[in-house]
Design a protein around this ligand. Structure first.
Ligand SMILES: NC(=O)c1ccc[n+]([C@@H]2O[C@H](COP(=O)([O-])OP(=O)(O)OC[C@H]3O[C@@H](n4cnc5c(N)ncnc54)[C@H](O)[C@@H]3O)[C@@H](O)[C@H]2O)c1
Length: 187
């Protein structure tokens, strides 16, 4: 019998109370991980954790990814419940679609904040825990919309394209760090 891929690993998945995030959590639990369902909707996060098998394998944590303090609190809760995070999935997202003519500044800011700043918060704060603990894996959710641009999604396409750049830059920084180069460091 093959060993489950994520046995003994702690995973934090943002926006996992429903949708793609929840499906990722389901698969991670099936592969032996213990997961934190980090979602702005606490009630839904706790219900999802229960559905996944309860506190032995999954807990819900209220987390608005636009807040660095909230993301840090979720990483701390993960460490306390299951051990330091090994896998971070920055998945939380919203859409506020409208044409350029009708999109408000608020709609633009909301989408950029949740996707781009949320992913930046999750990458840098989980990355800091991983640096202390010998490594880990960070998965950032982009979208086809960020690659090709979709009508009505100037905010979302910009955020999702930004996530690609953010992830590439962070990966290069951490590789440089892992090689012990003095040329640059992610700190
Ligand atoms: N559904 C698609 O077709 C599709 C395609 C490409 C990419 N994506 C991306 O995949 C991810 C998940 O999409 P989905 O369709 O499952 O979304 P969804 O709307 O079903 O679920 C999003 C979850 O994120 C949570 N959330 C919203 N704002 C949050 C915040 N500030 N902090 C924490 N949690 C927050 C919501 O409560 C919800 O549980 C998103 O990043 C989305 O952009 C989705």
């Amino acid at each position: 019998m093959t060993k489950p891929l994520l046995e003994g690993k702690t995973a934090v998945i943002t926006g996992a109370a429903q949708g793609i995030g929840y499906s990722i959590a389901e698969q991670f639990v099936a592969e032996g991980a213990r997961v934190v369902i980090a979602d702005v909707n606490l009630e839904a996060a706790q219900a999802a954790a229960e559905k996944l098998g309860g506190s032995a394998v999954a807990i819900g944590s209220q987390c608005d990814v636009t807040s660095a303090d909230a993301v840090q609190a979720t990483l701390d809760a993960a460490a306390a419940a299951f051990g330091p995070v090994n896998v971070m999935v920055n998945n939380a997202g919203i859409t506020r679609d409208a044409t350029m003519r009708k999109m408000t500044e608020e709609m633009f800011d909301q989408v950029i904040n949740v996707h781009l700043k949320g992913t930046w918060n999750g990458t840098r704060l989980a990355g800091a825990v991983m640096r202390e603990n010998g490594g880990g894996t960070i998965v950032n959710m982009s979208s086809l919309s960020g690659k090709i641009g979709l009508a009505g999604q100037t905010n979302y396409s910009a955020a999702k394209a930004g996530i690609v750049g953010l992830s590439k830059a962070a990966a290069k920084g951490s590789r440089t760090w892992a090689c012990g180069s003095t040329r640059s460091s992610p700190d």
